[in-house]
Write a protein that binds this ligand. Sequence first.
Ligand code: PLP
Length: 377
Amino acid sequence: MIYLDHAAATPVSAKVLEAMKPYFLDEFFNPSSAYLPAKKVNADYEAAKGEIAHAIGAKGNDIIITAGATEANNLAFTAISSNAKVLYLKTEHDSVRNPARQFDYEEIEVDKNGRIVLDDLKKKISENTEMISVALANNELGTIQPLAEIASLIREIRIERMQKKNPHPLFLHSDASQAMNLLDINVARLGVDLLTLNAAKVYGPKGVGALYVAHDVRLKPVTLGGGQENGLRSGTQNVPGVIGFAVALKNAKEHLNGNRKKYAEMRKVLLNEVKDYELINKKYSLDNFVVLCFDGLDAERLIYALEDRGVYVSTGAACAASKGVRSHVLMAIGLTESEIAGSLRITLGETNTLEQIHEAAKIINEVVEAEKARISG
Ligand code: PLP
């Protein structure tokens, strides 16, 4: 198998699994229980939260653990009032688009590279805009957004609002699910008020995520119950998940530079050896994302033919692909219907070797040739 869909899922790394194991077997206690072994589990949980927070330049108390990035994104939108206006980037993941659409919303345009059109953002901010949501890196193209620039614009608007005595807050939220393997994330440098993290994309367990929350942001609970996670996300803590997440993030941090080099080289090999494609994500992309368009061909058919040869790729977001919906991301960057239909997303990861990439390029060429021959009869 040559697995080239790491944006959809990453395997749990051996180190992460090893760290999690004791918390399933021996240290299984409820962290809220009164006896000593449970108190130790609670201390380990809090320490792991501290490490997760430290990886993004924050403190343990600044993050809320959630059951994944979807929940963290939904929780972020509880920061604003029900009559507020929301702006989000047109290419956001559905777990941002759908909660945002519960409010009065507008979409911010992107250019052909998938980068935010800052003038469009400026134009659309109104007196009651309370939330702007822009993913640090897109999950279909890998496009990295200039968050610090957006944050600086937001700071100017906050000052204006203060002078005009406009009581509406203005928050910047970013979903960093796809960015943690390749970018050194620091909340102060990015200037975000809310940041979503996802263990499942960094060789950690699925169903574990976190939301960083700046000190002046007040959220509302997504679940009511025993009051865990500062009362915002009640439910017995997922101790093994959080322990695993902390180790996964630490690993990711340690390997940032090596990963970037490794994926840049693999990307180059693919671009040199695959034939007759148009590269969709030419600029500002994470190095592990390669989006290739074979215009006139049906990427769905290519995916099945590649699967028969042991190569796993995707057409876009795993959830959209499984519903047969055309990618809103590829539409947003102005691709035609036929270009969208012919686009493949390859996402590289720790399971890949250079030999695999040479082999995958060869198989892609053969599958594309066979498909062209089939069409021309
Ligand atoms: N946000 C982005 C950018 C993603 O890529 C994903 C997962 O594909 C999610 C959010 C949702 O993550 P989860 O399904 O783990 O909640």
